[in-house]
Design a protein. Structure first.
Length: 195
């Protein structure tokens, strides 16, 4: 609901009185939410990925519920739905006006964020390897339009010692709009965030 409100505010003209009324209601709602305890995530969710259940063909997967790419609960995110497709992932994303860069097109940073998130899901959740991304390179071939279904696909293409390389594409029909390649490094079994 909040995600829809944000997109609506960016996509439509709204008079000042309506904005003031909305702001007052949202301030009150925010104060109510802030009474509760903060959410805390643990780095253990990354180091425990090898122990996760195997993902079946076609099964949907995502990171945590507040993830701004795949999280259903994120009020500022995309709620991208990803699923296992053979030895990689397939997902469809549509970028609303809140992620606009050039007029009518998605900002390159949000396209990169979707690539990075799906690449991380490929290694962590699908392949059950604890391996953070250390580098992502993106080639933009064509601007990515707003409000169109963009198909993202990922694949692990190489493993060499602790190094893993995953590629990804963003397409509309048969047209590739962007490609990514990422280097990820497998964490040693005794890795600690404090190290």
């Amino acid at each position: 609901m909040l995600r829809g409100l944000g997109v609506a505010l960016l996509s439509h003209e709204v008079d000042d009185d309506t904005l003031r009324e909305l702001a007052a209601g949202l301030r009150a709602a925010t104060d109510t939410v802030l009474i509760g305890p903060p959410r805390v995530r643990s780095f253990a969710e990354i180091t425990l990925e090898p122990e996760a259940d195997e993902v079946a063909e076609g099964e949907e997967l995502g990171h945590f519920d507040g993830c701004f790419v795949t999280g259903e609960a994120s009020p500022i995110g995309l709620a991208v739905r990803a699923h296992r497709d053979g030895d990689g992932l397939a997902a469809t994303a549509s970028f609303p006006r809140s992620f606009e860069g050039m007029p009518g097109y998605a900002h390159g940073g949000i396209v990169l964020a979707v690539f990075d998130d799906l690449i991380g899901l490929t290694i962590g959740r699908l392949l059950r390897i604890s391996a953070p991304t250390v580098r992502v390179e993106v080639d933009f071939r064509k601007p990515v339009p707003l409000d169109r279904d963009i198909e993202f696909r990922t694949r692990l293409i190489s493993s060499d010692g602790r190094k893993r390389v995953v590629t990804a594409t963003a397409t509309i029909g048969d047209m590739v709009h962007a490609e990514a390649q990422a280097l990820l490094i497998v964490l040693p079994p005794d890795y600690s965030i404090g190290a």
